[in-house]
Design a protein around this ligand. Structure first.
Ligand SMILES: Nc1ncnc2c1ncn2[C@@H]1O[C@H](COP(=O)(O)OP(=O)(O)OP(=O)(O)O)[C@@H](O)[C@H]1O
Ligand SMILES: [Mg+2]
Length: 282
């Protein structure tokens, strides 16, 4: 199952993604962590003290991805997907593309990183979303066994949902703080997820009181499936939050498993076809 962690900037996406990865690691699940944000907080959280120098960033991998899938250079990825691609990616065994573009963290866990801002992004020639373009084909073409997991730490805000990889994920984990603008963004994301028929849950974060919980439930028009407490140790990076939040993380995985529709490929086809017909009509 592919979980995409979404939410407003600073809501706690990378913290929750890190906790989910470490929780699943502790259960020896076969796992791929994907850092789709150029601030690379998930990568940093997971690799402190590890030599990451051999890592190749996914943002530079589009040509290799095309080669692996047998797509001719210059063909648009959505066109290629709609005409049918017979190759797939897999975690067990790890396919050659994923092997090149990920860093092993242990025998069953790999980390894929979209990468830092490139010169082209820094100089305004292209938008940083380009770093995640390979994921638009990679995720819907990734074949997973029932006990294999992918956790994607997404970019902040609702914008990443429309330009991003929404149909490539199975379930969205929308992290939301009890704060007006965090809730507004969470609701915008939820609306877009509905449009793309991608299931999601809300996770309340930085909760201090039962009033915070009630406020979130009321403003979201539905209660988050779990509430994660505001925790100073987490903020300072001192605590193993996979252990602190064990019960809540287990609930997130359980609920996500129940609402997963296992139809990434079909949803992606619909999205690409709609995008192409919109482009030709405008
Ligand atoms: N439950 C919590 N208790 C205390 N601090 C938290 C909690 N969750 C997150 N934080 C802190 O809030 C800050 C933002 O968290 P995080 O980086 O996970 O958010 P984000 O949504 O990934 O941000 P960005 O949009 O910049 O990627 C960090 O300093 C983090 O330590
Ligand atoms: Mg982050």
């Amino acid at each position: 199952m592919i979980l995409g962690v979404l939410g407003k900037g600073g809501s706690g996406k990378s913290t929750v993604a890190t906790a989910l990865v470490n929780y699943l690691r502790a259960q020896n699940k076969s796992l791929l962590a994907i850092d789709a944000d150029h601030n690379m907080d998930l990568s940093h959280n997971l690799t402190t003290g590890i030599d990451t120098s051999p890592q190749t960033y996914l943002g530079s991998g589009l040509t290799d991805l095309y080669d692996y899938l047998g797509i001719a250079p210059g063909v648009k990825y959505d066109m290629a997907f709609l005409s049918g691609i017979s190759k797939a990616f897999s975690l067990t065994p790890l396919d050659s593309f994923s092997e090149k573009y990920s860093l092993p963290l242990d025998t069953t866990t790999h980390l894929m990183t979209a990468g830092p801002q490139t010169d082209a992004v820094l100089h305004g020639k292209t938008c940083s979303h380009i770093l995640t373009t390979p994921l638009k084909l990679f995720l819907p073409l990734l074949t997973l066994q029932p006990d294999e997991y992918v956790v994607v730490d997404e970019k902040a805000g609702a914008d990443g949902v429309t330009t991003g990889i929404v149909t490539g994920i199975d379930v969205g984990i929308i992290v939301v703080e009890p704060a007006l603008h965090s809730i507004k963004t969470a609701k915008q994301i939820a609306e877009l997820m509905d449009f793309y028929q991608t299931p999601y849950v809300f996770v309340g974060n930085k909760i201090l009181s039962s009033e915070d919980q009630e406020y979130l439930a009321q403003e979201l028009n539905q209660a988050p499936i779990v509430y994660l407490g505001q925790n100073r140790d987490i903020q300072k990076g001192h605590s193993d939050f996979a252990i602190t939040w064990q019960t809540e993380l287990s609930m997130i995985i359980k609920t996500a498993t129940t609402i997963n529709m296992n139809n990434r490929t079909e949803r992606t086809k619909i999205k690409f076809a709609r995008n192409l017909s919109f482009s030709s009509a405008h």
